[in-house]
Design a protein around this ligand. Structure first.
Ligand code: SAM
Length: 220
């Protein structure tokens, strides 16, 4: 698995400035950031008495919201600096070093959420990560993934071309270096498991996948 800790250790100090301001090349990616976190929180509101696992916590903005909604949150974050930033705003969250494929948890949880983080894994790693999440999730539990995804390869290429023309060098680098999937490929991974799925587009880049694990184990 590729390691992005160096990038996020450097970004940690001004990450919140990036997501909450609209004056930079990532502005369309983070457009409606707060609304995206809100939408995730809304979907798992019925699980607020239970345990929620957040993976790739970053500076802790989603976990903070979930704690305010009454969730007991366990957060996983590989970057030391990001964990430090998150700790400074989250008093009630258990924050652990780990990543999508290394989750130091032994009890099942009621929901699992990740925002702007799943794209750090290749498709095959995403398959492994979802299997691991599935094994950690109670029947009827929910997974919510918010991230940049594309409806088709040609649409992805069109967006990359636009980013190139805008000379948004950092964003272009990310789009070429990281693993932004087609929606059908991620949906395919969920279909290999036992989930009901719905999707919602939140801005030009970001979609949310809402998934609920069926009760009573696998279909035949
Ligand atoms: C763009 S930030 C998103 C932070 C936060 N979730 C948000 O929505 O603002 C991506 C986060 O994912 C973390 N990350 C990178 N690779 C990861 C991995 N393999 N497993 C879990 N988290 C990872 C980074 O350290 C970083 O904190």
């Amino acid at each position: 698995m590729a390691n992005f800790n160096e990038i996020f250790d450097v970004w940690a100090d001004n990450y919140d400035e990036t997501v909450y301001s609209s004056d930079h090349e990532y502005k369309e990616v983070f457009e409606n950031y707060e609304g995206i976190l809100e939408e995730i929180a809304k979907y798992i509101r019925d699980k607020r008495d239970g345990i929620t696992l957040e993976i790739g916590v970053g500076t802790g903005n989603l976990s903070k919201k979930l704690v305010e909604n009454g969730h007991y949150v366990v957060g996983i974050e590989p970057s030391k600096k990001m964990r430090e930033r998150a700790k400074s705003k989250l008093t009630k969250v258990v924050l652990l070093e780990g990543d999508f494929l290394n989750i130091p948890l032994y009890n099942k949880v009621d929901s699992i959420v990740a925002s702007y983080a799943f794209h750090h894994l290749t498709l095959e790693e995403k398959r492994k990560a979802l299997k691991l999440m599935d094994s950690l999730l109670k029947d009827g539990g929910k997974i919510v993934i918010a991230d940049t995804m594309f409806i088709s390869q040609s649409y992805k290429e069109k967006i990359i071309k636009e980013v190139e023309e805008l000379n948004a060098v950092n964003l272009l680098n990310d789009l070429n270096r990281e693993y932004y999937e087609l929606i059908e490929d991620i949906v395919g991974l969920f279909k290999e498991l036992n989930f009901f799925i719905t999707l919602k587009q939140m801005n030009k880049f970001v979609w949310i996948i809402f998934a609920q694990k069926k009760e009573g184990g696998k279909d035949e």
